[in-house]
Design a protein around this ligand. Structure first.
Ligand code: BT5
Length: 320
C-alpha cells in the first residue's frame, strides 16, 4: 500500500485517479479501493470528482515529529502507542513501575477505554484525535493540585487558538469549548502525600479530525472538533508539540512567580465567569452567578440573596 501513499505524499495538491492508476499500473477502481483501505487506517484523503485525490493528514503519530516541535526541556520522553485502554491508565502503570517518572508524555492513536471524570467515558476513535497524558512530579502542595488542570486548560486553549484557528474557551473546571461546544477535556489524577503532590497525570483529549457524523447521537449537539469548526483537517503532531510547549512555559512561570499570571490568563480565556450557573453537588443543587476562581482554583458562586459559596469540584451547566 506504500506505493499510493508515496505518490500522494509528493505533493500538496490533487493527483487525478487516472494519474494514480497509470503510476501504479492498476485500474481506477483498484485505486479507489486502496484509498478506502487507507482511509480506514486513518489517512485523511480528500476525493473531489474533477480533481482526484489529495492527502490531507496521516494517522502517524511519531514521537520524532512531536519532539521536533518542542522548544523546552521539560518533556524528555514521548511515548506513542497505536492503541491503549487509556493513556492515563498507561501513565499510572508507568508510575507504579518507576515512581520517579517525570517529563514523560504518553500519546495514543486510539483508546479502547478512554476515561472522563467520575467514571464517565471519553469517546476515542482511532486515527483522528489527540489523546495524551502528561506525567510530572510537580512537588506542589495538594491544595494547589487544581492548578494542574488550570495550567493544562490555559495551555491547550492558547496552543489550539495559535495553531489551529478557533477561539477556544475554558469552562470550569476541565472543559475546552468552541462556540459553547466541547472540543476537549482534561482529566488530572494525582498521587500525593499530606505535604506534596508526588506525581501527576494530566490527561488531555482533543477532537481534531472527527466529522459531525462520527459523534454518537447523545453528544452530537454538544461536542465539536477542529475539523467541524474550521472545515479543515489538522495534523496532530504539531498541535501536540504546541500544547506541550505552552504547558511547559506556563508551568515554569507558575513555579517561579506564583499563581497570579496563570489566574489572569485563565480569567481572560474562560467562558464561565459572569454566567448564571447550576452546580450539582452530592446532596444539593447550587445556583448563582459564577463570580471568580479563588487562589486554589475553586469556583466562587454568588447567589441571588447575596451569599457566596466556593466549589472545589463538580459539573456546572449554564442557565443562560
Ligand atoms: C472530561 O471528562 O472531559 C475528561 C476527558 C479526558 C480525556 C483524556 S484523553 C487522554 C486521557 N486518557 C483518558 O483516558 N482520559 C484522558 P468529563 O468532564 O467527565 O466529560 C465526559 C463527558 O463528555 C462524557 O460523559 C460525554 O458526555 C462527553 N464526551 C465523551 N467523549 C467526548 C468527546 N470525544 N468529545 C466531546 N465530548 C465527549
Amino acid at each position: 500500500m506504500q506505493d499510493i501513499l508515496q505518490v500522494l505524499k509528493q505533493t500538496d495538491s490533487f493527483v487525478s485517479g487516472t494519474a494514480l492508476s497509470i503510476a501504479l499500473g492498476i485500474s481506477r477502481a483498484a485505486v479507489w479501493k486502496r484509498i478506502k483501505v487507507l482511509r480506514k487506517k486513518g489517512f485523511i484523503i480528500e476525493a473531489v470528482p474533477s480533481k482526484g485525490y489529495r492527502l490531507v493528514a496521516t494517522p502517524e503519530l511519531s514521537a520524532e515529529d512531536i519532539h521536533a516541535g518542542l522548544h523546552g526541556s521539560l518533556w524528555e520522553n514521548i511515548i506513542t502507542e497505536v492503541s491503549v485502554d487509556s493513556t492515563n491508565t498507561r501513565a499510572s502503570l508507568m508510575i507504579a513501575e518507576h515512581p520517579h517518572t517525570s517529563g514523560t508524555v504518553v500519546v495514543a492513536d486510539t483508546q479502547e477505554a478512554g476515561k472522563g471524570r467520575l467514571g464517565r467515558k471519553w469517546l476515542s476513535p482511532g486515527g483522528k484525535n489527540i489523546y495524551m497524558s502528561l506525567i510530572i512530579r510537580p512537588g506542589i502542595a495538594p491544595r494547589d493540585a487544581p492548578f494542574l488542570t488550570i495550567i493544562a486548560a490555559v495551555a491547550a486553549a492558547l496552543a489550539l487558538s495559535r495553531s489551529a484557528g478557533p477561539e477556544v474557551r475554558i469552562k470550569w473546571p476541565n472543559d475546552l469549548l468552541v462556540r459553547g461546544k466541547k472540543l476537549g477535556g482534561i482529566l488530572t489524577e494525582i498521587r500525593s502525600d499530606p505535604d506534596s503532590v508526588n506525581s501527576a497525570i494530566i490527561g488531555i483529549g482533543i477532537n481534531v479530525n472527527m466529522d459531525r457524523n462520527a459523534f454518537p447521537d447523545d453528544i452530537r449537539d454538544s461536542a465539536t472538533s477542529l475539523l467541524c469548526e474550521t472545515g479543515e483537517y489538522h495534523s496532530r503532531a504539531p498541535i501536540i508539540s504546541e500544547i506541550l510547549n505552552a504547558f511547559e512555559e506556563i508551568f515554569r512561570r507558575f513555579m517561579e512567580t506564583g499563581k497570579e499570571s496563570v489566574l489572569k490568563e485563565w480569567r481572560r480565556l474562560n467562558c464561565t465567569l459572569g454566567k448564571k450557573v447550576k452546580v450539582i453537588l452530592i446532596n444539593e443543587i447550587a445556583e448563582g452567578i459564577a463570580d471568580d476562581i479563588d487562589d486554589n482554583g475553586r469556583l466562587i458562586i454568588k447567589s441571588s440573596d447575596g451569599g457566596s459559596r466556593t466549589i472545589s469540584a463538580g459539573d456546572i451547566c449554564f442557565l443562560r
